[in-house]
Design a protein around this ligand. Structure first.
Ligand code: ATR
Length: 290
């Protein structure tokens, strides 16, 4: 295939990477290397261990070294915004950036987490979100990305349930013009979960190694509810295992990881991301861990 339209650097290959701390276990390199191979784009995607005090210099070096783009992960998604030339409006509203695109030295920040999650939810579990009642567990950074993208789909109501109710209330107030939002505490979930079409866990409760924890009393769930977890390690969290036993449809966080990467790859290359190859590359690594 021809790569004439692909913005490779003057070295003739596309340099990409991921900055975070820690970064050793990131599955982004294997996923994006598979995508580069599959599309025939010459390039590489490297793991960059960047501490908080190095972040400013590391961002400057994107231009010097001729990187086409980088992903930014924990703990830099908020602080990185100060070092960029431009922030996409949705990323600005969410308050976090996970993808940087370098256009001839001009750095633009995007957030592909929320839109990646919603693309995955629609393609894998709920094709039509408009008119749906959705309960979101958590009101932190991950929840903000998901809720912002979800509101563009026209749900009937989004109920934001959080351990600290005040954080949920503030979020609902901030975005009240974007759609119907309701805050509740975890104790008040018994009112909302039985009427939900979709329940989404955005908290880290249930993530490896604490796999026996669950963010929700699943006896509240009627069969047929779609239950989705942003966690992908383990692929089937306790929440999803219990929900499945109750006759719910389940959706894991693997898709979110793959699609956030797919959007980033599309921003950098201008080409459709090879999603099956990306998903298989991540799955192979997850299998290798177990
Ligand atoms: P992230 O970017 O992963 O969302 P975060 O911004 O620190 O991380 O947000 C974590 C979210 O998970 C919060 O909504 C947090 O609730 P609080 O606002 O009350 O802290 C929620 N959370 C974390 N641990 C939790 C637990 N053990 N039980 C319930 N909720 C929890």
């Amino acid at each position: 295939m021809s790569n004439l339209a692909v913005p490779v650097s003057s070295s003739g290959s596309m340099l990409l990477g991921v900055m975070g701390d820690p970064i050793a276990h990131s599955k982004s390199p294997v996923m994006h290397q598979a995508a580069l191979r599959q599309t025939g784009i010459p390039g590489d995607y490297v793991r960059l261990h960047i501490t908080a005090d190095q972040l400013g210099e590391a961002i400057l070096s994107i231009r010097t070294l001729g990187f086409r783009g980088v992903n930014v992960t924990v703990p830099h998604k908020v602080k990185v915004m100060a070092f960029l030339d431009e922030i996409d409006p949705a990323a600005a509203a969410v308050g976090a950036v996970n993808t940087i695109v370098n256009n001839n030295g001009r750095l633009t920040g995007y957030n592909t987490d929320g839109i990646g999650y919603i693309r995955s939810l629609k393609e894998e579990a709920v094709p039509e979100l408009s008119g749906k009642t959705v309960v979101v567990l958590g009101a932190g950074g991950a929840a903000r990305g998901v809720i912002h993208a979800l509101l563009t789909e026209g749900p009937r109501t989004v109920i934001v349930a959080n351990r600290t109710k005040e954080t949920a209330s503030k979020l609902c107030e901030e975005w009240q013009k974007l759609g119907s939002l309701e805050a509740c505490s975890l104790e008040e979930l018994s009112e909302w979960v039985p009427q939900a079409d979709v329940v989404i866990n955005t908290t880290s409760v249930g993530m490896s190694p604490r796999i026996e924890e669950s963010p929700l009393d699943t006896s509240l769930l009627p069969g047929g509810t779609v239950v989705s977890d942003l966690i992908y390690n383990p692929l089937k969290t306790r929440l999803l295992r219990e929900a499945e036993l109750r006759g719910c449809r389940i959706h894991s966080g693997l898709g979110m990881f793959v699609y956030q990467g797919a959007y980033a790859f599309e921003y950098w290359t201008g080409q459709p991301a090879p999603i099956p190859a990306m998903r298989n590359a991540v799955l192979e690594q997850l299998d290798g861990q177990e």
